[in-house]
Design a protein around this ligand. Sequence first.
Ligand code: FAD
Ligand code: UDP
Length: 369
Amino acid sequence: MKKYDYLIVGAGLFGASFARIMSERGKKCLVIEKRDGLGGNIATENIEGITVHKYGAHIFHTDDKRVWTFVNRFAEFNNFVNSPIANYKGKLYSLPFNMYTFYGLWGCKTPDEARKIIAEQREKHGVASAEPQNLEEKALSMVGEDVYKTLIKGYTEKQWGRDCKLLPPFIIGRLPLRFTFDNNYFNDRYQGIPIGGYTSMIERMLDDGNIEVRTGADYFDDRATLDAVAATTLYTGAVDRFFDYKYGELEYRSLRFETETLDVPDYQGNAVVNYTEFDVPYTRIIEHKHFDKTQRSDKTVITREYPKSYSAGCEPYYPVNDEKNNALYAKYAELANKSNVLFGGRLAGYKYYDMDDTVAAVFELTDKL
Ligand code: FAD
Ligand code: UDP
């Protein structure tokens, strides 16, 4: 008899949700986390009475009622609606691409006027009918040249460290395009931020009196002993690391966060301002207090987000899902499928998962189990 049913490697959203669901089914779970705190990349901390998102802004949004009901068991969500602003050469534009953006760019006041301008620009670039082969073609066919040059090209090329012609189209497929006056960055039915932060939400998820949690514990420091204590291991770390980089390393894009406390009550008047020019070295500035209007402080905390290339020792943030890396991942996925270990989450799946996708993937796995 093993002491635990599950050894869960990683206390991010995937590992914590899995542990809670299986624990409620009477399974004994041990969660180990190599970082000192819980939550993985959604972790938050308190600075000057303000909840600070440690690894980039995280806004929960979903259309999936089951996911929304689940996370609401562990946190009270506020009614935050993400409406980022773009700063291009000192002029401000509304995001996502909507009538406020088109009014700011061209002064047009009706959807018909905006559609006409975009259609003309599409025709000019010959991208009106052909299937887009890269991100540049996709952007031009979606919103035309002006929006592409002002709001997409510079931001995307610094974010991904390569020319838009060399990037896959799906990256900007995430951004809504609307011909209404609506600055909501997401189309989902449910949206919000947990009051008190994501770390408290994860702590509550793991605190059912039965789940054992160890932080500062790296699986690879004691792999054989750890595997031996549980009937099954669920691994949510990097899949190439799990197999000792047998086929080579998967590529990522990394980020550097520069966080500052300022002695002013309000720095930029909005939670997120994107800097869409290539020459500004950061992609966005986040002002954390605006994620929750109930936070009162005479000070403010801001974070500048700098894209950077990935090398050993950096945090892997965005998988580079191009053909080469997807093919490499497929080889690791084959090994994973053949092993008796369970794999889950953004690092093991080498996929950009939003938080709701992450919880939905946990449901898929636990339903199957
Ligand atoms: P992780 O959070 O990475 O958790 C994995 C955990 O495993 C980590 O804590 C890690 O330390 C631990 N671990 C790894 N290896 C080991 C080991 N060997 N031993 C022990 N522990 C180990 N989603 C949204 O829905 N809305 C947003 O606004 C949003 N913003 C984002 C912004 C940025 C900059 C990024 C990069 C992502 C964003 N996301 C957002 C996505 C969100 O971060 C993910 O959906 C979520 O973090 C995935 O959780 P996870 O558990 O799979 O991964
Ligand atoms: N993007 C852009 N301009 C912006 C914001 C986003 O061109 O002002 C593009 C960019 O390529 C980015 C992608 O859209 O990688 C997805 O944006 P999102 O805000 O979803 O990125 P994330 O928050 O995941 O970094």
